[in-house]
Design a binder for this molecule. Structure first.
Ligand code: NIG
Ligand code: FE
Length: 397
C-alpha cells in the first residue's frame, strides 16, 4: 500500500518573493526576486515555487493579498539561556559608562540561581518573540553557567528548542577561578567539555581583553574541535585582537562581531571560509562604533547579520531591527542586509536547507505587511511580519 501523501499548502498572490536562489526570477541579484509568485509546501519542505499563474492545485490555499514574502530569518548568534536582566547596567551606559565583559557575572549569578523551569520559560518567551518577528531558525549558546553542571544544564535546555547549540564555557573566567585563569581553561577543555559536548554542535570563545586571549582561545577551540564541535568565535568586538585571524586559521564557521578589523583581518575573512557575522544590536546597545559591512563586502567576505540577543550587550530578538541598523549605519543596501539575515545566517551555520526558497529547502516563510522586503529597513520599528510558516506550519500568534 502506498503511504498517504503529505497534504499540500499553496501560498499564492505573493506580490514579491525573495527566494535567495540566484537565477530565479527577473532580478540579477542573489535575492532571486519573483513577482506575482506562489509557493507550495508539503511535508515541511517547499515542493514548488514560481509564477502564481502556473501554480499547481493544493489541498489548502492561502491568499497573500499581493504582499511581500521572504525566507524565515536565520539568527545565527544568540545567548538565550539566562535569567534576570541588566536594566541598571544599560541605564548607566546610556549616561556615559562603558560596556565591560565583567557585567556577564551579574547574569551568571542570576542564571545559576534559576530553576530549569524558569530558564525554559525564559528561552520560550524570547523565541516566541523572535518567531513573531520572522525568525524560523536560531542558534543559542551556554555561557552564563560557568560550572560543569550549569553549562551542561544550559545546553540541555537549549537543545529542547534548537539543534544549533553552542558550548560557550569560555564566555568569561568563572568567578571562582578569578585568580587561576589557567585552571579555568583546564576545566573548560576537560570535565566541562566532557559534560557539554554531547549537547552541543558548536564551540565558541569570547576572545577579547577581559575574557580569553589568543592562546587560551586556541586551546579551547582546538579541544572542542577534537570532540567534534565546530568552532565559532566572538572576535574583535571591543578592540583589535587575534580572534578573527584565529577563527580563519581554524576554519571556524563564523567570526562574530568583527567590529575592529585591520586590513589583514578583512583579507583573511575574504580569502577564508569563515563567515563574518555582524551584530548591530550590540553596537546600538553599547553605543559603540558600527562594524563596517561595506568594507567586508567590498573585499568579498560573506557577511551574516544576527541579533546577539542577550541581557547585557544586545537585548533585542528582532532581526528586522538589525536589518534597519545595518542599512542605516553599516553601509549595507536593503537587499544585502536581507540576504545576510537569511542566507548569510544559513552560511554561518553551514546549512543549505534554510534561508532560501527552493524545492527541497525547509518551508520557512515570512509574509510581510508590505509590498517589498525593502520596507524592513524603510519602515524601522514597525511590526511588518504578518504570518510565519516554519517547516510548513503556520505559526499561531
Ligand atoms: O556577544 N561578548 C560577549 N558576549 C555577549 C555579551 C554578553 C553579556 O554582556 O552578557 C556578546 O555581546
Ligand atoms: Fe554574543
Amino acid at each position: 500500500m502506498n503511504p498517504t501523501p503529505a497534504p499540500t499548502t499553496l501560498v499564492t498572490n505573493i506580490g514579491s518573493l525573495v527566494t535567495n536562489t540566484p537565477g530565479t526570477g527577473d532580478c540579477a541579484t542573489p535575492l532571486g526576486l519573483l513577482h506575482d509568485a506562489a509557493v507550495v509546501m508539503a511535508g515541511g519542505r517547499f515542493v514548488w515555487a514560481g509564477p502564481a499563474a502556473r501554480a499547481p492545485e493544493a489541498d489548502e490555499r492561502y491568499d497573500a493579498g499581493g504582499r511581500a514574502a521572504i525566507p524565515g530569518f536565520v539568527d545565527s548568534h544568540s545567548h538565550l539561556v539566562f535569567a534576570g536582566d541588566r536594566t541598571a547596567e544599560f541605564n548607566a551606559r546610556m549616561s556615559g559608562h562603558a560596556y565591560r565583559a565583567g557585567g556577564i557575572r551579574t547574569t551568571v549569578a542570576a542564571t545559576r540561581a534559576a530553576t530549569d523551569d524558569e530558564l525554559d520559560a525564559n528561552i520560550t518567551r524570547y523565541l516566541t518573540e523572535a518567531l513573531r518577528q520572522g525568525t524560523t531558525t536560531f542558534e543559542t549558546k551556554s555561557g552564563y553557567g560557568l560550572t560543569v553542571e550549569d553549562e551542561a544544564r544550559a545546553l540541555r535546555i537549549a537543545a529542547r528548542h534548537t539543534d544549533e547549540t553552542t558550548y560557550l564555557g569560555a564566555h568569561i573566567v568563572a568567578p571562582e577561578y578569578a585568580d587561576d585563569p589557567a585552571g579555568y581553561v583546564d576545566l573548560v577543555t576537560g570535565p566541562m567539555l566532557d559534560a557539554c559536548a554531547p549537547h552541543a554542535r558548536w564551540v565558541d570563545v569570547f576572545c577579547e581583553k577581559g575574557a580569553f586571549d589568543g592562546d587560551q582561545a586556541r586551546a579551547i577551540l582546538t579541544a572542542g574541535a577534537a570532540r567534534g564541535l565546530v568552532p565559532r568565535v566572538h572576535a574583535n568586538q571591543l578592540g583589535h585582537g587575534p580572534g578573527v585571524q584565529l577563527a580563519v586559521e581554524l576554519n571556524a564557521a563564523s567570526a562574530d562581531h568583527c567590529t575592529h578589523l585591520t586590513d589583514a583581518d578583512v583579507d583573511a575573512l575574504a580569502n577564508g571560509t569563515t563567515v563574518a557575522t555582524l551584530l548591530p544590536g550590540a553596537e546600538f546597545s553599547t553605543r559603540a562604533d558600527w562594524p563596517d559591512a561595506r568594507r567586508l563586502l567590498a573585499a568579498g567576505a560573506t557577511v551574516a547579520l544576527s541579533t546577539d540577543c542577550n541581557p547585557g550587550s544586545s537585548f533585542t530578538s528582532s532581526m528586522p531591527f538589525c536589518i534597519a541598523l545595518a542599512v542605516r549605519d553599516m553601509g549595507m543596501t536593503p537587499d544585502e542586509a536581507l540576504w545576510s539575515a537569511t542566507a548569510g545566517g544559513a552560511a554561518a551555520l553551514r546549512r543549505t536547507d534554510i534561508g532560501r526558497i527552493s524545492v527541497g529547502a525547509r518551508a520557512d516563510l515570512a509574509l510581510l505587511d508590505a509590498p517589498s522586503h525593502v520596507h524592513l529597513a524603510y519602515r524601522p520599528g514597525v511590526p511588518l511580519v504578518r504570518e510565519v510558516w516554519r517547516a510548513g506550519i503556520r505559526a499561531d500568534f
